[in-house]
Design a protein around this ligand. Structure first.
Ligand code: AHG
Ligand code: MN
Ligand code: MN
Length: 313
């Protein structure tokens, strides 16, 4: 007979936020409302035709895009939480103000990897939470919590609130329950994940990095969805991910506020590193909503090595 505990025996996200993270109640409510939004998004991904070939409904209208739908769903839940002074979303040009007296602000990418819906790869949502109303002018180090949800064969939620990095699974009654506590990232990387790889044609440093990885590392693991590729590193406990600049995207493709910043907190809490090539992503000043940054992330020794190679050329 299986000795696996039933889902109900696993600790809920709510209980973990109370007893492990010991976050204040307002932040706990906010994180639970974000988790609630993610449940609707995972259902929408499974059940809508958006993103699939010929996505026109029976009335000949274009289906609402999944990233727009996810954005609206998250915005609604943030508003309902009453805990959000302002938010910034990859789907909006500006910071949106909600309730200036509320304690937190949230940056999010509602659907990361949305172009992969048709190929049925795992995709995700990313969130960074700051105290107060302002995010511009701060650094990702000032986040009080960060989390992502990955919509794959299973729906997982991974969070850190300065208390380590912890993984939860959505069970069949709609509760996120603890899967693994204190995920860790080893110093050495065996697998590599080369984002924006077309940059090798005009970035000699990145070409050198890729050649070295191909020669020295046993496994490449790259899906094209940052959430999945970063989750691979956290889940396997080692690896290196990069998305650095070339001619087309001088700063790489990824955004500081909603993509790299949250992962900087999650990786640091797991003992890994994130760098823009010269400094920790945690210390890069946020100057605008749509700011991009190069990123090298994962096993600390490998991140250092890669940054040296990028600097040398
Ligand atoms: P989004 O779907 O939010 O626009 O993000 C897509 C991103 C990210 O998930 C991924 O790491 C990157 O695009 C992939 O870029 P390349 O395919 O050029 O490597
Ligand atoms: Mn994205
Ligand atoms: Mn997106």
């Amino acid at each position: 007979m299986s000795t696996m505990p039933t889902s109900s025996a696993r600790m809920s996200l709510n209980e973990h936020l109370i007893t492990n993270a010991k976050v204040e109640d307002n932040l706990r409510h906010l994180m639970l409302d974000i988790a609630r939004a993610a449940k609707y998004i995972q259902r929408a991904i499974r059940t809508t035709e958006a993103g699939l070939a010929g996505t026109v409904n029976q009335f000949g209208e274009e289906q609402i895009k999944l990233d727009v739908l996810s954005n609206e769903c998250i915005a609604r839940h943030l508003e309902e939480s009453r805990q959000v002074a302002s938010y910034a979303s990859e789907e909006e040009d500006m910071v949106i103000e909600l309730n200036s007296k509320a304690p937190y602000s949230v940056a999010f990418d509602p659907l990361d990897g949305s172009s992969l819906v048709d190929v049925n790869f795992a995709i995700g949502s990313i969130f960074g939470i700051y105290k107060g109303k302002e995010m511009i002018g701060k650094t990702p180090r000032e986040q009080v919590a960060a989390l992502y949800v990955i919509y794959g064969p299973r729906t997982l939620l991974v969070y850190a609130a300065s208390n380590g990095t912890h993984e939860f699974i959505l069970n069949d009654v709609g509760e996120f329950t603890l899967l693994r506590e204190n995920l860790g990232i080893a110093d050495e990387a065996k697998t590599f994940s080369p984002g924006n790889s077309s940059a090798v044609s005009d970035n000699a440093g990145y070409k050198k990095v890729l050649d070295t990885w191909l020669a020295e590392k046993p496994n490449m693991r790259y899906s094209g969805c940052m959430v999945s590729d970063m989750h691979h590193v956290l889940s396997k406990g080692q690896g290196v991910f990069a998305n650095v600049g070339g001619k087309k995207y001088p700063e790489g493709k990824l955004r500081l506020l909603f993509e790299c910043g949250p992962f900087a907190h999650l990786f640091a809490q797991a003992g890994g590193s994130t760098s823009n090539g010269t400094a920790s992503i945690l210390d890069v000043k946020i100057t605008s909503v749509d700011q991009r940054t190069p990123i090298v992330a994962g096993s600390t020794k490998e991140v250092t090595k890669v940054c040296e190679m990028l600097k040398a050329s």
